[in-house]
Design a binder for this molecule. Structure first.
Ligand SMILES: N#Cc1c(-c2ccc3cc[nH]c3c2)n[nH]c1N
Length: 229
């Protein structure tokens, strides 16, 4: 059963990259089907409006609930998971990507402006799995880029999508922390040599060096990922 993904957005063109590379191949292989829906197709006024002023005042505009209700109702099933990207959401992570990769149907609601009227989440929460997710502690102009990131991170984990599942095995055995630095040909580039151990053929020494490099990088760049932190 392929993973089905429906993306609802006012900027369908944002998702053209999903036809390329690994995501494109995943669709061609039938492992994943991705459909992009223009929210404005689900409006009923001649201006095809999707936003209005916020109750309670405040800057900006809020996306009105009805177009979202019409759009989600057009694709939802009892197997759906509705994902709402938002800075206020739980943090998206590799384990969450793995969960989504094993879903049957994902609906991404890509908000813009100041976000989507909260009643959309409230309406669907008793009916289907609803997840408000954030890709990080910085503010984007909308949910579209976050949706692209979550789709790519999740779809690459769908069994059969990655040509070489070995890379997933390596990832899953990744020590806590960031990955070691990578090198390829030429052995010397602009006077810089590849670390000698990587050319030695001593796999135990290479594994030890890579673990050390991972720890050094994690300590420097992501001490929050160190065990016990
Ligand atoms: N996910 C996520 C986000 C967002 C985001 C998501 C949706 C909307 C709708 C209007 N502005 C948005 C920002 N900003 N930063 C993140 N990590």
């Amino acid at each position: 059963m392929p993973l089905r993904i429906d993306v609802i957005t006012i900027f369908p063109d944002y998702f053209a990259p999903l036809q390329l590379s690994l995501m494109g191949k995943a669709q061609q292989s039938g492992l994943v089907t991705i459909a992009i829906h223009d929210l404005r197709e689900f409006t009923s006024d001649r201006h095809r409006s999707v936003d209005d002023t916020p109750y309670g005042g405040g800057a900006g505009m809020v996306m009105t609930p009805e177009p979202w209700g019409q759009a989600i109702d057009a694709v939802v099933t009892d197997q759906s998971t509705l994902i709402v990207p938002t800075p206020a959401g739980k943090l998206f992570s590799q384990p969450v990507a793995a969960e989504l990769a094993h879903s049957t149907h994902l609906i991404f609601a890509c908000g813009r402006y100041e976000g989507i009227d909260q009643r959309v989440v409230e309406y669907y929460r008793p009916r289907i799995d609803v997840r408000e997710l954030s890709i990080g502690d910085y503010v984007l102009a909308g949910g579209d880029v976050a949706t692209l990131a979550m789709i790519e991170a999740s779809v690459r984990l769908v069994p059969g999508v990655l040509g070489n599942p070995e890379s997933l095995v390596e990832e899953s055995h990744q020590l806590p922390g960031v990955e070691y630095p990578s090198y390829t040909k030429p052995p010397t580039w602009r006077g810089l040599d590849v670390p000698e151990v990587l050319l030695s053929g001593h796999h135990d020494q290479i594994a030890r060096w890579r673990a050390e490099q991972s720890t050094i990088r994690t300590t420097h760049n992501r001490p929050d990922l160190l065990p016990g932190s």
